[in-house]
Design a protein around this ligand. Structure first.
Ligand code: GDP
Ligand code: GDP
Length: 435
């Protein structure tokens, strides 16, 4: 799907200049369809492989009447149809009555728009923008269209990244929350998959695959959609004697990549072994959220149980943000509550946080505990925004960020995790130095 970006704003704020920058060439597919408003323009652009369409809606002044009213109506229709609406204002002229009227029309259209403050060249961008905060927009971009400044980072934030496009693709194929069940041979994956697909679930259909692929099984549970990624191949086996390769590392890695949430199954009778830790490493490297299922908990005596719990606590202390469940796939105990962890993991992995909120958390964290000085200058962290999901990516902008010590990065991660209540999922951080 090609996203459509609509530009709105008073005349002279710089819409055509931005339009030309986004479409690169002045002559790039500028279709003037007869019968449409005289100055509505359509163009096509590309950013990092993502194509998009831009519409310069022209026409809006905020107080149109008569013929102009028809033009305004058409502009607002373009707004309705767009995926992304950019409301442009002039950072030199400051806030005008016309801006307020257009902002009001946008608000009434119910469409979420981003504020773009243009012409921030030759002045302090923050001061240029402060005039417009009263318009109450959630996200604001500061650009200088004629200097091609701020446009790329704006597009990076507005357009889906390659990861997001892949996710869209998977989501189209496999509905709901995708759960990968992985683990060493014989830990009880097949038993758990069968248990999770128990009688009270509606299995929609099995996705056929080759023996190398996992089986994708969409189903419903308590009104929620899931797709179980079965690496053990239980659903494929027609009878017990049919030989199916039971464990394959390729299958496991693909299942991890394709999942929202990975349930890693461990055999309580064997305890936590190195291979389990390797698998956990794969899951974390892939950035997937993780639920630990310590299986075969039935029939173990209290002493053994205490020993396993202690081992899990000690060897997985770096995973304190992931839920651990002690279950019996065979008898079904503990399997139901595991869905609550799956749900929480999914919400954490796919959460969307506004820039304002992330920046406020960053600033609080800095106020509590300043970043260190490097060569007599303090490292500055200015703002944060979200750069992706599954795993959530938080992009922090500042100065001298390359010198930021690992301990401070971990402090930030812990702070964000606590405030945003991220369970089960890793959080990725990217640090960028200012222009
Ligand atoms: P439109 O009517 O909204 O399409 O505005 P235009 O794109 O035609 O721009 C109006 C005027 O503002 C032109 O003279 C542009 O050169 C100028 N302009 C556009 N962007 C910038 C900018 O970033 N900085 C400055 N200083 N001038 C700009
Ligand atoms: P997979 O290779 O990971 O798919 O493991 P299976 O599901 O085939 O299970 C391996 C063996 O462990 C089988 O004999 C199962 O019956 C047994 N098993 C699985 N889950 C449990 C459990 O919760 N408790 C007990 N006692 N045995 C289990």
């Amino acid at each position: 799907m090609t996203p459509v970006i609509a530009l709105v704003g008073r005349p002279n704020v710089g819409k055509s200049t931005l339009f030309n920058q986004m479409t690169r060439s002045r002559d790039a597919l500028v279709a003037d369809f007869p019968g449409l408003t005289r100055d509505r323009k359509y163009g096509e652009g590309t950013y990092e492989g993502q194509r998009f369409i831009v519409i310069d809606t022209g026409g809006l002044t905020g107080d149109e009447q008569g013929l102009d009213a028809e033009m305004a109506r058409q502009s607002l229709q373009a707004v309705e149809e767009a995926d992304i609406v950019l409301f442009m204002v002039d950072g030199r002229a400051g806030l005008t009555a016309g801006d307020e009227l257009i902002a009001d029309q946008l608000r009434r259209s119910g469409k979420q728009a981003h504020l773009v403050v243009n012409k921030t060249d030759g002045q302090d961008p923050d001061i240029a923008a402060s005039d417009f905060y009263s318009l109450g927009f959630d996200s604001t971009f500061l650009i200088a269209a004629s200097h091609n400044r701020g446009i790329r980072s704006m597009l990076e934030l507005l357009l889906p990244s390659e990861d997001e496009r892949e996710e869209e693709d998977r989501a189209g194929k496999y509905p709901g929350i995708r759960i990968g069940v992985v683990g060493r041979p014989n830990v009880g994956k097949s038993t758990l998959v069968n248990r999770m697909l128990g009688e009270d679930r509606v299995v929609v259909y099995d996705m056929p695959g080759t023996t190398r692929d996992s089986v994708y099984i969409p189903y419903e549970r308590q009104g929620e959609q899931y797709t179980l990624i079965d690496t053990a191949g239980v659903r494929r086996r027609k009878n017990v004697r049919e030989v199916v390769e039971k464990f394959s590392i390729i299958k496991t890695l693909q299942a991890i990549d394709d999942a929202h949430v990975v349930i890693l199954v461990i055999d309580a009778r064997e305890g936590l072994v190195d291979q389990d830790l390797h698998l956990i490493g794969f899951v974390l490297d892939a950035g997937r959220s993780l639920v630990i299922a310590v299986n075969k908990w039935d029939g173990m005596d209290p002493e053994e149980r205490a020993k396993v719990k202690e081992q899990v606590r000690r060897r997985l202390d770096f995973l304190d943000y992931a839920d651990k469940h002690y279950i019996s796939a065979l008898h079904g105990s503990g399997v139901g509550v595991m869905y609550e962890s799956v749900q929480a993991c999914y919400e954490s992995a796919m959460a969307k946080w506004p820039t304002n909120r992330l920046t406020a958390i960053l600033q609080d964290a800095i106020a509590q505990h300043q970043p260190p000085m490097v060569q007599g200058r303090r490292i500055k962290l200015r703002y944060a925004h979200q750069g992706g999901s599954n795993p959530p990516v938080i992009v922090v902008h500042g100065n001298q960020v390359d010198a930021l010590p690992g301990s401070y990065k971990r402090y930030l991660e812990n702070t964000f995790r606590k405030v945003l209540k991220v369970t089960g999922s890793p959080i990725r951080f990217e640090f960028k130095s200012g222009e």
